[in-house]
Design a protein around this ligand. Sequence first.
Ligand code: MG
Length: 336
Amino acid sequence: MQGLPERVRIHEVGPRDGLQNESTIVPVEVKAEFIARLAVAGLSTIEATSFVHPAWVPQLADAAELLALMKWEPGVRYPVLVPNERGLDRALASGVIDIAVFGSATETFAQRNLNRSLSTQMDMFAPVVARAKDEGLNVRGYLSMCFGDPWEGPVPVEQVVSVGKGLLDLGCAELSLGDTIGVGTPGHVTSLIAAFAEAGIGAGALAVHFHDTYGQALANTLAALQSGIAVVDASAGGIGGCPYAESATGNLATEDLVWMLHGLGIDTGVDLDALIRTSLWLAERLGRPSTSRVVQARGAKLRDDHEPEAAGQRASRTAGDHTTPTEQGVNDASAE
Ligand code: MG
């Protein structure tokens, strides 16, 4: 296919966007291991947690504890969501160097999620972004409800561009366009990115964050890639979702994304089988199977050996039998 990037950077949101929307509260040690496994699988950007007030998101109340416990791999970025100046204080105290702020493209969601209006939300972000940049941090902006809003319906592209431009003008280095309820379709994606380009904002400043609620996430991703986007958000195993969406399906699964990208010859740096094993491992801890189609399709084959210790024992045990090298070997060894 023509017009696709050679490489896509996956912005892995599982530990934050995934776990914050799971009903299960995962122990901090499991979160740290989840993040470590994602790094081993080759994810280079792993959104770790959020400094939103614990009363809002009890699933991530252990943010500071997690950041102190987890292993920070060289070359991997671990952004943290920061809603306000208090959150920024906590992020700075934890040694965070990448943060994200989150805005709304619609009036209703700004009121409900941020307790601000569409325009006054910027007053909340401005001091956070300014001080973060003074401190040398990298700031990403998230924009929710870029395609549809459960209360307002379809969202005009001009409105999304206007709010998104506001976040970039504050100093956000990257803007992630969220289809929070998953209603977008590929033509809408193309139109929105074209509208940003007309406003002087190229695809290089944009990322996409699709939800698979209506089965459109990969089609929308492909449309975004054809429009020049090279940063895509996804959640390992498809964990999480949106409490405002109409079904349990939510975040685009990283495995499903990687399968498509690799099929297109696009480099991601991700070891797909190592990632699938990570999602199988996490699914046991969440007590429910992954929603990822790729995890479901390949999981049965990998399920027996997704534990590194078990894999090592198995590899040595089966070294002399008829198992083919690809079935038993290379990835098992690298998982250790
Ligand atoms: Mg999401």
